[in-house]
Design a protein around this ligand. Structure first.
Ligand code: TIU
Length: 222
């Protein structure tokens, strides 16, 4: 069977499904729903809703094709010992990390707001990587998991485009992974940062990787 060829910028990319993982970044209630971390930072969380449908279609296609699927969540231990003071003190939010909001304590593991949204809930056997930072490689076992499975390419979806998606893609690119970012399955509180963030990935011959869309991934994996 020929390998799937994904139409992308700056050019089409062939993937080996056995060596490709779908990484879904931080599709958590804390970022997508009112009353969570995203809203405490002054953002309109409704702007991220457009990414849910495309993300779900990529997730279904990846599961059908037998790709490894890994979910990430940004958050901290209840005692906040892994939350840098510089992060907690940043900005002038109405509530800070660790404060009690309508979905439990903001950005704290185990709280309702920390959970992945029900539409994209992890299936049994799909690892969930909890990360204290923006990048999914920093202080996590993600790289070990990928190497143990022989993964060499990543399909990347999630939020937000220019923050956790970008940081993770930059970390992955430096570690030698081919990164294919699914643009419409990513979202930002700043549409202009979303657009610029995607352009930055594919510019200069694909300086950080490739940019595609959910429909192209679904077509390639069919
Ligand atoms: N604030 C913002 O745009 N994003 C984050 O804080 N985390 C993630 O991107 N997940």
């Amino acid at each position: 069977m020929p390998k799937p060829l994904i139409e992308a910028r700056p050019g089409a990319i062939e993937i080996d499904p056995a060596r490709t993982a779908l990484i879904i970044i931080d599709m958590q209630r804390d970022f997508l729903e009112p009353g969570g971390f995203g809203e405490t930072l002054g953002n309109d969380v409704g702007l991220l809703a457009a990414a849910i449908g495309p993300c779900g279609r990529v997730l279904e296609a990846a599961r059908r094709a037998g790709l490894a699927v890994i979910h990430t969540r940004e958050g901290h231990r209840p005692d906040l010992s892994d939350a840098p003071p510089a992060k907690i003190e940043r900005g002038a939010p109405a509530m800070r990390i660790g404060d009690l909001g309508p979905m439990g304590r903001i950005l704290v593991r185990g709280e309702p707001g920390h959970e992945i949204i029900p539409a994209l809930a992890p299936a049994p056997g799909e690892p969930v990587v909890d990360k204290p930072g923006k990048g999914a490689f920093y202080q996590t076992d993600l790289e070990l998991m990928l190497h143990n499975r022989g993964i060499e390419a990543l399909l990347v979806c999630g939020v937000t485009t220019e923050v956790c998606v970008h940081t993770t893609v930059r970390e992955a690119n430096d570690r030698g992974f081919r990164c294919i970012v699914v643009g419409d399955a990513c979202g930002s509180y700043f549409p202009e940062f979303h657009e610029a963030g995607l352009r930055m990935i594919a510019a200069q011959g694909g300086i950080f990787g490739w940019v595609t869309d959910a429909a192209a991934v679904v077509r390639a994996l069919e």
